[in-house]
Design a protein around this ligand. Structure first.
Ligand SMILES: *[C@@H]1O[C@H](CO)[C@@H](O)[C@H](O)[C@H]1NC(C)=O
Ligand SMILES: *[C@@H]1O[C@H](CO)[C@@H](O)[C@H](O)[C@H]1NC(C)=O
Ligand SMILES: *[C@@H]1O[C@H](CO)[C@@H](O)[C@H](O)[C@H]1NC(C)=O
Ligand SMILES: *[C@@H]1O[C@H](CO)[C@@H](O)[C@H](O)[C@H]1NC(C)=O
Ligand SMILES: *[C@@H]1O[C@H](CO)[C@@H](O)[C@H](O)[C@H]1NC(C)=O
Length: 546
């Protein structure tokens, strides 16, 4: 259990394991990074109250994963909790390899006392992402951490190397433990308002980032919370946005940034003020109550502690929509490859299918549930991907969720939507509710081509950005508004589409997109990994190549 921090990427290196790898899939000549993680319960005090948290190698939040484009990351996760556990990798595309996604629709839970080694390649990716525990309501207890995928050394990055690269995991937080929260949901109730905001696992003024006057720093900000959109700002400093979930953006400067749940952003902050300490402030947006937490930006030669009022955030919804629209791709910057990000003209490709997804909240059997197009997801007894791979009938039906809202009364099902490999689709998220929604799609990044108030109609397409929309994996949908995305279905597999509002995800606001090709080829999809855990109706099947 050596792995503790970024300085020890090779903790847990295991020669026998390495030899085993070479007979595995041709993960090309890219480097391997090995992690050995022990997941345990332990005491944490994020808001000053002792709580039972989920620790990884004793840490809360868990260790950062540092990687470079195309690296193979092997993470041996030992589950030392008394219950099943899985980690999922938000934003890591798992190309051709949805088995590694770590959600219950793709991967069997790691039983208590056992371990499973995720074999992940960050193929053709750069950017800021995070991992989190996907089962039960574990996410409310920690177990999350940041993932950063750096550009390969010869690929130009469109800004000078920062003096340091800091992780900021921000989120709303409950002092109740995850079992208590899960029980509330299982009984059919909504969760109460959270107790506070946590920054890197700690409460107000507990985290300090030291900077040297005149230097520029990268801050990777991810909202790992359960529900609330958060506004991020630094007293007297501007934020220069440079990256959003793997896309290098036009480098606009903002006085603050709205980060919706599940989203990641990188900003550059230059220490260009007279030396002292400044507030970093994070507060809830679009919420009935403003909760604020702080961290400290400390100039190394400062002798003056923080002072003055904690800077306030914006209050208008319109401000947030305008900011979202201003976030665009820098078409001349490179992404994971040396060619410009604008060399793929998504706006010129014909749409082969339009899908419209409407969320809803209702009582089913007198219990609170949430749905997409009237279907509230319930897990099957077997991961859907494994049922598909082993051709096990009776686990799910393709087409169990319609492409358009049906107007039906909400009902429960294991919803799976079928889609063709290489289709180019448009998805419209329509929000009739009075809350901000946040939607995530596993296995992909997509172009956020438009968002506006009201109800989407085909005429809304006239205002799409078909030139330099940002490509990302999690998008917000404002209250009583719509958001439209384009997505190229170039990744075969079983992919979770979910609300990042965690109680809603838990109570059914998710489904799976089965991207399918009849061709059985390694070029399109790998076989189930030979170390895969098998469960449910897949128990006892053979993972040897068919
Ligand atoms: C994980 O940590 C627990 C508690 O410290 C310890 O009992 C257990 O042996 C560790 N497991 C592994 C695989 O290191
Ligand atoms: C479990 O961990 C051991 C080493 O601690 C490793 O040899 C084995 O491959 C792991 N099992 C899986 C399924 O990853
Ligand atoms: C876009 O990227 C290019 C190439 O790296 C860089 O020179 C330019 O400053 C960037 N422009 C903006 C507005 O961010
Ligand atoms: C969770 O909180 C409840 C209520 O305070 C308590 O009864 C229970 O023991 C706690 N569970 C754990 C595992 O800490
Ligand atoms: C898109 O569709 C139009 C009209 O059907 C057609 O003329 C055009 O060639 C298509 N473009 C591409 C790139 O397939």
């Amino acid at each position: 259990m050596a792995q503790r921090s970024s300085t020890n990427l090779w903790g847990g290196f295991n020669v026998a394991l390495v030899l085993g790898l070479f007979i595995n899939i041709a993960f090309a000549d890219s480097p391997y990074r090995f992690f050995d993680w022990n997941v345990t319960y332990g005491d944490i005090y994020p808001l000053g109250v002792r709580q039972q948290g989920i620790l990884i190698n004793g840490q809360f939040p868990g260790p950062d994963i540092y990687a470079v484009t195309n690296d193979n990351i092997y993470i041996n996760v030992h589950n030392s909790l008394p219950e099943p556990f899985l980690l999922s990798w938000n934003g890591v595309q798992q190309r051709k390899n949805s088995y590694q996604d770590g959600v219950y629709g793709t991967t069997c839970p790691i039983p208590p006392g056992q371990n499973f080694t995720y074999r992940i390649q960050v193929k053709d990716q750069i950017g800021s992402y995070f991992y989190f525990p996907s089962l039960a309501f574990h996410k409310a207890a920690g177990g999350f951490g940041s993932i950063r995928v750096l550009s390969r050394p010869l690929i130009p990055v469109p800004f000078p190397e920062p003096a340091a690269d800091y992780t900021l995991l921000i989120g709303d937080w409950y002092t109740a433990n995850h079992t208590t929260l899960k029980t509330i949901l299982d009984r059919g109730h909504r969760l109460p308002f959270p107790n506070g905001i946590v920054i890197n696992g700690r409460g107000p003024s507990a985290t300090t980032f030291t900077v040297e006057k005149g230097k520029t720093y990268r801050f990777r900000i991810t909202n790992v919370g359960l529900q609330h959109s958060l506004n991020f700002r630094v007293q007297d400093h501007e934020l220069k946005l440079v990256e959003v979930e793997g896309t290098h953006t036009m480098q606009n400067t903002y006085s603050s940034l709205d980060v919706h749940v599940g989203q990641s952003y990188s900003v550059l902050i230059t220490a260009d003020q007279p030396s002292r300490d400044f507030y970093i402030a994070v507060s809830t947006r679009f919420a009935p109550k403003v909760l604020t937490s702080t961290a400290i930006l400390h100039y190394s030669d400062s002798t003056t502690s923080v002072g003055g009022p904690i800077p306030g955030g914006p209050t208008e919804v319109e401000w947030s929509i305008n900011q979202a629209r201003s976030i665009r791709t820098n078409l001349t910057a490179s992404g994971p490859r040396p060619n410009p990000q604008g060399s793929y003209h998504y706006g010129l490709i014909n749409i082969s299918r339009t899908i419209k997804l409407e969320s809803s909240a209702a009582l089913v059997n007198r219990k609170q549930r949430y749905a997409v197009n009237s279907v509230s997801f319930i897990p099957a007894d077997t991961p859907l991907k494994l049922a598909d791979y082993f051709s096990i009938d009776g686990v799910f039906r393709i087409g169990s969720i319609p492409d358009f809202p049906s107007g039906k009364t909400m009902f429960l099902d294991t919803s799976v939507m079928g889609a063709d490999y290489r289709a180019f689709i448009e998805i419209v998220f329509q929000n009739h509710e009075n809350i901000v929604q946040s939607w995530h799609i596993d296995g992909y990044s997509f172009w956020v081509v438009g968002m506006d108030g009201g109800v989407w109609t085909p005429a809304s397409r006239e205002q799409y950005n078909l030139r330099d929309a940002v490509s990302r994996c999690t998008t917000q949908v404002y209250p009583k508004s719509w958001t439209a995305i384009y997505m190229s279905l170039d990744n075969v597999g079983m992919w979770n589409i979910r609300s990042e509002f965690w109680a809603r995800q838990y109570l059914g606001q998710q489904f799976y997109l089965r991207v399918y090709t009849p061709v059985k080829s390694f070029r399109d999809e790998y076989n189930v990994p030979d170390n895969a855990l098998l469960c449910g109706k897949a128990d006892g099947k053979s993972t040897a190549s068919p």
